[in-house]
Design a protein around this ligand. Structure first.
Ligand code: SF4
Length: 400
């Protein structure tokens, strides 16, 4: 659509500063233009639909339906310290078939477009969440999707999402050509390499990609990334009981990392106790004692290592557990119902932090009391609508 510059700026302002996603609500734009935008793009700027939510204490897992009915999952992680991190998907399904991963069992349905990738972030922004960081650790291998780089451009564009490269992390199983491209085009973006085994022989049994890109080949590429960028690289090691968790494996891991000793100071290893999924029931996490012992051996060799605590495993939102929980058929009834609910969202003020945070509920709530989670002050409040005398603000532009 051919818009004059000032109109385009108004549109960007509405989406990225006011967090207004429905064209109809973009009041600075003339009615006629709003109508044309709706005609061309539909009701909202977001092209993916949230069709299911699962929440736990600090986690919100959202199932999105893409325009062609494929599905992906996105996870919001809300840290008590006030940090919001979003784990986003890059592909519906995945072709790489890692043995411990729920997504890998789906096969690849398709790559997400750059807009669909960014829409996951836009969705949470529009919900009132501050986006402190995002990680490509949802469904799919980001470096296998050629649309990733366009998405990174949009996410870091100061006129659009305006995220600093340092607030973005890409987790990869080690696709060497794409790592090299990232080094050149986005040198400040964080890289996390999914190691998960200390030898090629063992890794091939867990992650077939190792036959194409061996451990040392990927680590050489990462060494070069460190040399060029001086940025820390994260190594992830999912701990699987009886498979990669012995002291011998720890010694082999030390040998592997010491072959890249020159840059060892800028590698950090995260040990991740395996999160069980229904798709790989034979795999289990080792005991805490075993993980501690493994960690101690590595620590003793001077490797920067820690055991990563995770949340979200109770709703299958932790590392390796995302599988588009609901089968891939479009459940039209469910989608329609949620679309209707989206339309009926009302904007309210949080009763705890008063005028400081906008929160929203559905206006079809029939209960007198309901739990309300405020993304800003992090309080979950049992709201009694009458007691708090909540003011309904029709416009989503309420002062924050
Ligand atoms: S771990 Fe990553 S690359 Fe491997 S199957 Fe799962 S999503 Fe795909």
């Amino acid at each position: 659509m051919n818009l004059p510059d000032y109109r385009y700026k108004q549109l960007l302002d509405a989406v990225f500063r006011q967090h207004t996603i429905r064209f109809e609500d973009m009041k600075p734009l003339p009615k006629e233009l709003r109508g044309k935008l709706i005609e061309q793009f539909g009701e909202t700027v977001i092209g993916i639909k949230a069709i299911h939510h699962e929440k736990s204490t600090q986690t919100d897992k959202v199932l999105f339906e893409l325009p062609d009915g494929n599905r992906v999952e996105t996870v919001g992680l809300f840290y008590k310290e006030g940090w919001n991190s979003f784990c986003i998907s890059s592909q519906s399904g995945c072709a790489f078939g890692c043995k411990f991963c729920a997504t890998g069992t789906l096969g690849l349905h398709r790559n997400m477009t750059s807009d669909e990738i960014c829409d996951q972030v836009l969705y949470f922004m529009q919900q009132g969440f501050t986006i402190n960081s995002i990680s490509f650790m949802g469904m799919g291998e980001p470096f296998a999707n050629p649309n990733l780089f366009e998405a990174l451009r949009d996410l870091t564009d100061t006129e659009l999402f305006g995220l600093s490269q340092r607030r973005i992390t890409i987790s990869t199983i080690g696709i060497v050509p794409s790592i090299k491209r990232l080094t050149k085009e986005f040198p400040q973006i964080n890289l996390a390499y999914s190691l998960h085994a200390p030898t090629n022989q063992l890794r091939e049994t867990l992650m077939p990609i190792t036959k194409t890109y061996s451990l040392d080949l990927v680590l050489d590429t990462l060494d070069n990334h460190i040399r060029q960028t001086n940025r820390k690289v994260f190594l992830a090691y999912i701990m699987l009981k009886g498979i990669n968790d012995s002291e011998k494996h720890a010694e082999q891991l030390i040998e592997l990392l010491f072959r890249h000793k020159k840059y060892l100071a800028l590698y950090h290893l995260d040990l991740i106790p395996y999160n069980q999924t229904t798709v790989a029931q034979k795999l289990t996490p080792p005991s805490n004692k075993c993980i501690q012992a493994f960690c101690k051996v590595l620590h003793g060799a001077g490797i920067s290592v820690n055991i990563r605590t995770q949340f979200g495993s109770d709703i299958n939102a932790a590392c390796g557990q995302l599988a588009g929980t609901y089968n891939n058929k479009s459940e039209k009834g469910e989608t329609k119902m949620l679309q209707e609910q989206e339309k009926s969202l009302q904007w309210l003020l949080c009763p705890v932090c008063k005028n400081k945070t906008r929160v929203k509920i559905r206006d079809d709530t029939v209960l007198e009391k309901f739990p309300l989670f405020c993304p800003k002050c992090k309080n979950e409040t049992l709201i009694n609508v009458k007691q708090f005398n909540i003011t309904v603000i029709k416009e989503p532009n309420a002062k924050t």
